[in-house]
Design a protein around this ligand. Structure first.
Ligand code: ADP
Length: 218
């Protein structure tokens, strides 16, 4: 479904977000008070405009309430980030995602109504830390503070064994959701499906369970 996004702040984060949303076929109105950054986005975004997004009348004129999703990608200017988030919620944008610089900033954004608060630098640090700590973990996505989706390279110790033989769910409490072999992906694999060294396993489980599995096979 084509969605309408309003992206406020075209720094490194906001501009790469805008490009990705456009590549995925969505409409994006990209806004920044910096004219140069707006010009750089003009050929990419559906519309790119110079605007001070802490001004309610400006956001109203731009029809903020018609957008399905607003993203406040202002990081450095915490006051502007808070004001823009507050205004988008007051103008009844259904889903507002706001980028926080630190925990306190994030708390305030949640309190004033941001539907989703993201901490790109903190989360990237956690993700990279997990990837670098392990030879087999390729990627790690936090589903909640306790549960993760991990991509793990199947080690030689699993080669030729079926899911039934490996018995991962009973032994570790995590579930192999899918097995990728080259370009092919086997979603909802069956008990008799065998794993080969180099397959990529998509595993859901708690942090501790995934870590234990990884340690035993790492
Ligand atoms: P990043 O770390 O992603 O580069 P920055 O905080 O450096 O993020 O960039 C935020 C962007 O938000 C800047 O380009 C800045 O001009 C823009 N910005 C800041 N305040 C406002 C505002 N009131 N209205 C519109 N854009 C703003």
């Amino acid at each position: 479904m084509r969605k309408q996004f309003m992206v406020i702040g075209l720094g490194r984060f906001g501009s790469s977000l805008t490009k990705t949303l456009i590549e995925n076929g969505h409409e994006v109105l990209a806004l920044d008070k910096n004219e140069q950054l707006v010009q750089d986005m003009a050929s990419i975004a559906t519309h790119a405009l110079v605007a001070d997004c802490t001004d309610e009348s400006v956001l109203r004129e731009l029809g903020a309430s018609n957008f399905t999703h607003g993203i406040v990608a202002i990081g450095d200017d915490i006051q502007a980030s808070i004001l823009a988030t507050l205004l988008l919620k007051e103008l009844q944008v259904p889903k507002v995602t706001a980028k926080a610089r630190n925990e306190m900033h994030g708390k305030v954004l949640s309190k004033i109504g941001a539907d989703h608060v993201i901490y790109p630098e903190r989360d990237m640090g956690i993700r990279l830390g997990n990837q670098l700590s392990s030879d087999n973990l390729i990627d790690y996505i936090e589903l909640s503070p306790d549960y993760n989706l991990a991509e793990m390279l199947a080690p030689p110790a699993m080669n030729g064994l079926s899911l039934k033989e490996l018995d991962i769910r009973a032994r570790y409490g995590c579930t192999i959701m899918a097995i990728k072999t080259g370009d092919k992906i086997n979603v909802s694999p069956r008990a008799e499906d065998a794993i080969r060294t180099g397959d990529v396993l998509l595993i859901i489980g708690s942090n501790d369970d995934i870590r234990e599995l990884e340690n035993d096979y790492g």
